[in-house]
Design a protein around this ligand. Structure first.
Ligand code: ATP
Length: 363
């Protein structure tokens, strides 16, 4: 039998990315060594460091090289701080578009004692990733935002039947594997055509999933219910910008942005681990960044690849990582201050590794 093997690209991104991405690699590697999974880590330059060293934030050949891998980890990108020079582009919309990673799967779950508002939240928001209002990815050339006069700005929202259908199917698939409930979040009372089409396609896709209960919610009311009764949701699907906002709101229920992981997937065989949060330049270099979101995003990637390519060792690796994460979150000394801890990133990673290395396999 050949050795189970996956190849993963590692793109640190900016600021705390240089701390949390190596942390995620370290934890995943520790788990893989226990299960016999060989992970071939391929480190690639991207972001501000690549700009300083190579003259571009996204070196030539990045997309071609990534396409030969099974998946990749993308650290947070601090593009707002990039100097206004040629070569300083925001790489993440390009990556999401190029690999058609149209579904951004963002789970929210409670852990004890870390400052969650409720102790029983377990939901996933699936955010459409490549169209909607986001002007840097909803057109193939130019921008979805323009200024015809000095005092007028027009932002175009793109909704397509195909894009809506694809993200709905990804969400339904996930709901089927969970508690079999899907909430479609929209505002078709106002965006009668755009949200109207999105909702229509969600219901059309749901015809193939009779085992999944489908309900809909208007986005503003949903935002309120999410605060008051988050337990009633299982999988939520929504358009790009609503998803962007609601996933940060959901993170606020379970300890903040450090607790918000994400996985970008499409219909293809490649996926990208990307935490919901940004590059947090305010805490970069302090050792206080919470690695949970990045470690968990990486765990989701390995678990997804294990299922997609039928590699049981990858699934076992993901399970071990989950145990490591859980143990680190259980004590204040091994948690960062944003989640009521007294520890640092290094303490969290050491606790995760310690658990993974000490666990009796099969237990
Ligand atoms: P973006 O628009 O790129 O998502 P943002 O403006 O929302 O970025 P972030 O970089 O996500 O900003 O950070 C917002 C704040 O959340 C930071 O100032 C930081 O204090 C906190 N934060 C974000 N990520 C983490 C983390 N992993 N650990 C601890 N705190 C974090």
């Amino acid at each position: 039998m050949s050795t189970p093997h996956i190849t993963l690209g590692v793109l640190n991104g900016d600021d705390i990315g240089h701390e949390i991405v190596p942390a995620a690699v370290e934890v995943a590697q520790a788990a893989a060594e226990r299960t016999g999974l060989v992970i071939d880590w391929r480190h690639m330059p991207l972001g501000r460091k690549a700009l300083d060293e190579l003259g571009t934030t996204m070196p030539v050949g990045t997309l071609d090289t990534l396409s030969t891998f099974d998946g990749f980890i993308l650290g947070p990108i601090g593009h707002r701080e990039y100097p206004k020079v040629e070569g300083a582009i925001n790489p993440h919309p390009i990556l999401r578009k190029h690999f058609d990673l149209f579904a951004n799967v963002r789970p929210t779950r409670s852990y004890p004692d870390i400052g969650c508002i409720y102790d029983d939240i377990d939901l996933v928001i699936v955010r459409e990733n490549n169209e909607g209002f986001q002007p840097d990815r909803n057109v193939v050339a130019g921008s979805g935002e323009f200024r015809p006069t000095h005092d007028t700005t027009i932002s175009v929202r793109v909704i397509t039947r195909e894009g809506s259908r694809k993200v709905a199917e990804a969400a339904l698939e996930l709901a089927r594997a969970r508690r079999k409930k899907l909430t479609v979040v929209h505002k078709n009372t106002v965006f009668k055509l755009g949200c109207g089409m999105f909702v229509e396609e969600c219901y059309r896709a749901a015809e193939a999933y009779p085992d999944v209960e489908v309900e809909e919610a208007i986005v503003d009311t949903f935002a309120m219910h999410l605060i008051r009764h988050p337990q009633q949701y299982d999988v939520v699907v929504t358009t790009n910008m609503f998803g962007d906002i609601l996933t940060d709101e959901a993170a606020g229920l379970v300890g903040g942005l450090g607790m918000a992981p994400g996985l970008c997937i499409g219909r293809g065989s490649i996926a990208m681990a990307q935490a919901t949060h940004g590059s947090a330049p305010d805490i970069a270099g302090t050792g206080l960044a919470n690695p949970y979101a990045m470690v968990e995003s990486t765990r989701m990637l390995i678990e997804w690849l294990g299922r997609r390519h039928d590699v049981p060792q990858a699934q076992a690796t993901a399970k071990l990582m989950a145990k490591g994460v859980q143990s680190a979150l259980a004590a204040p000394e091994t948690r960062t201050p944003d989640i009521r801890g007294t520890g640092r990133l290094a303490d969290m990673v050491a606790a995760m590794r310690g658990t993974i290395e000490g666990i009796t396999l099969g237990a």
